[in-house]
Design a protein around this ligand. Sequence first.
Ligand SMILES: NC(=O)c1ccc[n+]([C@@H]2O[C@H](COP(=O)([O-])OP(=O)(O)OC[C@H]3O[C@@H](n4cnc5c(N)ncnc54)[C@H](O)[C@@H]3O)[C@@H](O)[C@H]2O)c1
Ligand SMILES: O=P(O)(O)OC[C@@H](O)[C@@H](O)[C@H](O)[C@H](O)CO
Length: 398
Amino acid sequence: MAPTSNTKKAVHFGAGNIGRGFVACFLHNSGYEVIFADVNGDLIDSLNASPSYKVIEVGSEGTEESAITNYRAINSRTNEEELIQEISTAEVVTCSVGPNILKFIAPVIAKGIDRRSEDLPPVAVIACENAIGATDTLAEYIKDPKNTDPSRLADYDKRARFANSAIDRIVPAQDPDAGLDVKLEKFYEWVVDGTPFKDMSPPDIKGIMWVDNLLPYIERKLYTVNTGHATAAYHGYIRRKSTVYDALQDKDIHGEVKKALENTANLITQKHGIDEKAQNEYVDKIVRRISNPHLEDAVERVGRAPLRKLSRKERFIGPAAELAEHGKDCSALLDAAEMAFRFQNVEGDEESAELAKIMANNKPEDVVKQVCGLNENEKLFPKVVEIVQRVQADSQDD
Ligand SMILES: NC(=O)c1ccc[n+]([C@@H]2O[C@H](COP(=O)([O-])OP(=O)(O)OC[C@H]3O[C@@H](n4cnc5c(N)ncnc54)[C@H](O)[C@@H]3O)[C@@H](O)[C@H]2O)c1
Ligand SMILES: O=P(O)(O)OC[C@@H](O)[C@@H](O)[C@H](O)[C@H](O)CO
């Protein structure tokens, strides 16, 4: 394929915590110019007004800072045409907007892909969200007839390649006076499915681990890091702890996290043939990471969007449903899910208000079907119904 003059350009949707702090940082360090796309006009203006921002790694080993430069920012709400043009000539499109936002960014990506010249190699599209198969989900929206004319699908892989990923780095909400700077942990892991690039070079992004089978990596990550994190956050929220660190100082909550991760380790080691010792070491490392006192990670951030977190393929119900089918213990996952059902009407969290309404207006069985996507035939179903009954009864007593 013909070389291009713009092979080092990446468009990244979502200039938030993980976007600025991790994805853009790695793209920048790999020599890409990064074009941020976001709907937050103030953030776009700040990025365009400032030639650099800092990424600050914090941990027990001390603090390390690096400067991110060579970026521009486009308001995707008001400047679609410019964004389409950038996507049509970019080498990479990434996003970290949240799994529920993928459908909103798909139309403009579809238009950008459609406009690509035949002389360019296909653009690599990598969604960096905490969800299994997030890039597949984005690709489905992009290829939907509403966004792409079906006649264009036959040779689509000449214009775009879609690769799922598992991305891991704790980036808490930032201090209001931090500006564009991002404080985060030192640890990172970014694993991407290499199979869509078998006949071409994958994008040269330093730090990515390319693998042929992503499922063990994304399930291990979601069902360990995010299960443990969310368990600490929901138990912590109910016990009025302000950060995940504070929550983990509580022996009972620490115990709940360890038990939840024993539940998921049982699934992960069996399902993916991961060595038990390796998984135990991974768990210990995760517990240390989420206990990082320097991160000040609010329980409200980690518990955000409880409807998403209680859904079928997510960090509690996903592993618990599989464990229950095999007659294995998932009790700590269910205890944490109960705390998630109690995460209602939290300030600034629309899903927690929606959860409160669903809980107030539906029979337990319907809540479980609607929120968790479980059906009566699944072994987990009655156990979650019991939890919902208990939470509803407690709400009536209040
Ligand atoms: N923060 C972390 O520790 C972390 C780590 C790994 C993965 N993730 C995942 O990354 C994603 C983003 O998380 P975050 O913590 O960076 O959240 P965030 O809220 O800090 O950032 C999200 C950004 O997306 C923007 N956005 C919303 N709608 C948009 C749209 N239609 N078009 C373009 N931009 C839009 C928001 O304005 C915001 O700037 C989530 O899926 C999360 O699970 C986060
Ligand atoms: O981003 P969420 O809402 O899916 O989950 C909240 C946190 O657990 C998450 O952002 C972690 O910090 C991150 O996944 C660490 O890699």
